[in-house]
Design a protein around this ligand. Structure first.
Ligand SMILES: [Zn+2]
Length: 360
């Protein structure tokens, strides 16, 4: 998910259809195509739910995503398994990406039922790395990164108070072994072939699944109907350009049939993948225009945030806003439209490249 953009109303698509407007009740499984079940699990955030998908798989089941780690959700799964699995075992979990609301319980399923985890290599690695690095205190390179983007001392102190262990809190130990899935690979699940379509930018290698025969796309967080996924630059790779990767990988979904039913991780299934991709692109173009306009005069990344987001940020949310802002700034730097210069205070100042050229 992503902080509410300034132009949220523009991102609301009027061209999408929602053929299944009523989500399943907690603990229920709604069959939306033969052998394909929609389940909804709670999240303790503003975004209060995540969708997961249970697929009939011969003598058992394949589950796509698990929800967060919490004792409440574990209890819910025990109930779902006894109510809806018909005595058949869970054979595998396919994780769309490494975020805790998606694979938070993969380790729990592996520990108790020896269910293997199928994921892309980069997302498994990133999740494992973050989990193993769940130290308590903010490392100095992360603090330095916050200084370079121009966070105030009070904001850095807020981040320090939050600590560094948040990733590990909501996710059970990610299994030490996994089965790799790759872009273009075809998985046989029950009687159907599902093709892996990798989306980039939200995470390094998010796995979406497309079944031509059923006309379904499990889109993870890559394509959501009403919000756009968080595209952020983080302290580990401050010069990354994930927005370019995200926009490139969206092209992989452009040729899908117009009547494809998209099964997103948040909100309701919808038809209209092409128009939705156009809206998502427009959303990012607007945000690029916002930051470019803000940099008519030199600004720190922090100073550009109010030009992109029409709200205040509390409780460390500024971390997300700055990560998203930096993704757009880095995109424009790679395009040659923005320059940056280190200020005497240790923070970069961003400025329109043409301006500097004209001034020079
Ligand atoms: Zn995500």
């Amino acid at each position: 998910m992503s902080p509410a953009p300034k132009s949220e109303s523009e991102t609301l698509s009027t061209e999408l259809q929602y053929p299944l407007p009523t989500p399943p009740e907690l603990g229920e499984a709604q069959e939306i195509a033969p052998g394909v079940f929609w389940l909804r699990l709670p999240l303790p955030f503003v975004l209060n739910h995540v969708n997961v998908w249970l697929l009939a798989d011969g003598d058992g089941w394949t589950l796509v995503d698990t929800g967060l780690k919490s004792s409440k959700i574990e209890a819910l799964w025990r109930q779902i398994m006894s109510d809806h699995f018909g005595g058949k075992p869970l054979k595998r979990i396919i994780g769309t990406h490494f975020h805790p609301d998606h694979i938070g319980l993969a380790g729990w399923f592996e520990e108790h039922w020896q269910v293997p985890l199928w994921m892309t290599r980069l997302d498994w690695s990133m999740g494992r790395m973050l989990q193993l690095d769940s130290r308590q205190n903010l490392p100095q390179p992360v603090i330095d990164h916050f200084s370079r983007v121009g966070l105030s001392q009070a904001e850095v102190a807020e981040m320090e108070a939050m600590g560094y262990a948040n990733f590990g809190n909501r996710i059970s130990p990610i299994p030490m072994t996994f089965r790799r899935i790759s872009h273009g690979e075809e998985l046989i699940i029950g009687n159907h072939i599902w093709r892996v379509v990798v989306g980039r930018g939200h995470t390094p290698e998010q796995a979406c699944l497309y079944c031509d025969e059923l006309g379904l796309l499990i889109s993870g967080d890559q394509i959501l109907p009403r919000i756009t996924p968080m595209i952020g630059v983080y302290p580990s790779e401050p010069d990354a350009n994930p927005l370019l990767e995200f926009l490139h990988s969206l092209d992989r979904f452009k040729g899908l049939p117009a009547d494809t039913l998209v099964l997103p991780s948040h909100d309701s299934p919808f038809v209209g993948v092409g128009p939705r991709i156009d809206k998502i692109r427009q959303h990012h173009r607007n945000r690029l225009d916002d930051i470019f306009g803000a940099c008519a005069e030199p600004k720190t990344l922090r100073e550009t945030v109010p030009y992109m987001f029409d709200r205040e940020f509390t409780d460390g949310e500024i971390f997300m806003a700055v990560a998203e802002g930096l993704a757009h700034a880095n995109y424009l730097i790679d395009e040659g439209q923005l320059d940056r210069e280190m200020g005497a205070d240790g923070a970069y100042r961003y400025r329109q490249a043409g301006k500097r050229a004209a001034a020079a």
